[in-house]
Design a binder for this molecule. Structure first.
Ligand code: ZN
Length: 168
């Protein structure tokens, strides 16, 4: 297994729309293992392949406290979303140190495939619902800060640039 470098906002590669996975092979298994390791190491509760510069529709999520709840979503789709929305303070491994509230449907039903290509459906609520919607956005080239006002987005970019300079 290997740790993968995570792209940082506003890297233009984060705007890439990921393509569906058609090959359910060893390479896919390796990718999901590396992504899980990278997510746990960060640490984070979700990671989309887009964030590690692999533009395939693959997501890993684990919202458990003890790393016991890993779910791999290949080609995930939202098949049902509740009309009620909820605001949740989100963060992102590609936008370090920034936490902002975003409104999203409260519960969603996701249809996806596992690494073997088998289809499954899962009803998500709470943090899992927030996380999976956030990660599917990544596959569509969208970062959560894009839900915020232009002014806030500009401030975030400035803050991240300063952080980057401080690290050099
Ligand atoms: Zn993210």
């Amino acid at each position: 297994m290997a740790l993968l470098p995570i792209l940082k906002y506003p890297d233009p590669r984060l705007k890439t729309v990921a393509t569906p996975v058609t090959q359910f092979d060893d390479q896919l298994v390796k990718l999901t293992k590396d992504m899980a390791e990278t997510m746990y190491e960060a640490p984070g509760v979700g990671l989309a392949a887009t964030q590690v510069n692999v533009h395939k529709r693959v997501i890993v999520v684990d919202v458990s406290e003890d790393k016991s709840g890993l779910i791999v979503f290949v080609n995930p789709e939202i098949v049902q979303a509740s009309p009620d929305s909820k605001s949740y303070e989100e963060g992102c491994l590609s936008v370090p140190g920034i936490y902002e509230s975003v409104d999203r449907p409260d519960t969603v039903r996701i249809r996806a495939q596992n690494v073997k290509g088998e289809f499954f459906e899962i009803d998500c609520d709470g943090l899992l619902a927030v996380c999976i919607q956030h990660e599917i956005d990544h596959l569509n080239g969208k970062v959560f800060v894009e839900y915020l006002s232009q002014l806030k987005q500009t401030r975030i970019k400035t803050k991240l640039k300063k952080q980057e300079r401080a690290q050099l």
